[in-house]
Design a protein around this ligand. Sequence first.
Ligand SMILES: [Zn+2]
Length: 464
Amino acid sequence: MPAAALDTPVLDTNVPACAIPGLAFPAIPGTTDALVLSMLREFARDERLQPSQLLALQLQQVEALVEHAMRTVPWYRRHYRQAASRWKKAPAMESFQRLPILTRRSLQNAARELRSDAIPREHGRLGVAASSGSTGRPVQVLQPELLALPQKAHYLAQYLRHGIDLSAKVAAIRKQPPGYATPPEGAREALWAAGYPCGPAVQLSIEATVGEQIEWLARERPAYLLSYPSNLAALARRLRETATAIPSLRALRSFAEVLDPSVRALCGQVFGVAVIDEYSAVETGPIAMQCAAHEHLHVCSESVLVEVLDQRDRPCPPGAIGRVVVTVLHNFAMPLIRYELGDYAQLDAPCPRGGPHAVLKRVLGRARNMLRLPSGETRWPLFRCLHDAEVVRVEQCQVIQRSLTDILVLIVTSSPIGASQRDALVEGMQRDLGYAFDVELRRVDAIERAAGGKFEDFRCELQA
Ligand SMILES: [Zn+2]
């Protein structure tokens, strides 16, 4: 396969960031940048492998991870006991696919037991990633610093393959810690890409209304904007209604929710630029990135092994929709082996631009509508209080706007909710949503997905 047909542009013309004062050419990158750049070269080599060769490399890493988990992680010691006798006797992939699946519920309930008692020191400092996930169930995952290296390389490869100008200004409108990057100013950040010198980065909290976001974008004039598909669609609708434009934009990037083809088309019409999608999760990091030539996604095989399984845990053929099960190859602090994210996906045939990497035609994960306020404003709904275990441990939730003043909250909890918890949740919802809505809390046994597999964690039933 000729190099030019592949996806990772390793021989790009950018000059790496130089870490030594006074030196400009040739550049001597700092340690992290140098590691990321060398990883990018490995990625380019991987694209020339056959699928069986790539899988063999992944399984070599999986084997090291499984053995570490069986030896040092109580949950795997217990749950893999039966599988252990068969482990490695069958061909590697068959043996791997007999291991039990780790569900979100296990991760929620057994977080302590999933922690390794012998985390290699070389894997760096530990951080905690917390996510409400795509089924509204919060989970926390311990992650060593090391995980960030291949992740940075995946993002850099993605920027280069889509021709993103690293010297330009990028903006992100997304969820932020309370009080950070609030409107009207937002916040300024340092670097947004590894390996190369890059332009300024600005952030705005998703707490900003659509009107505030447009004012901010008009002032900041970014070349690239990262946000949730539901928010990009709301921005596009407002711009169309008011016949305004953000002419500085060269591309949009979407993440964290299902990017519906209709939203992609709407953004293309109104913004006049392409939307570049990715599939990632807080617990796992990037899982798949949009192809440079198609709308489908190429799996980040150097970081994750992705399985798409049917209801009987058998691998789905291309075209069939199945459950996404991910193994994070390098988390030795809290190994996630055959972890069921709660999303659904459809595999596609291999892509000539993707080398040996698996291809996801589409992903059915979290979907959201926008919240409508009585003032006529629109905003992306935040409900932090439902993910605050100090108030009540919510296993799953769904929020439905029934009228301009009326919100229904469906929640699944393992124990009954007391009156004071109920009051705290209602107050928390009013604070998070930015208006004193009439909030009805309803405890239910389970929350169903919408037709097609999307999980709607916020739905607005008002007519557009
Ligand atoms: Zn492709």
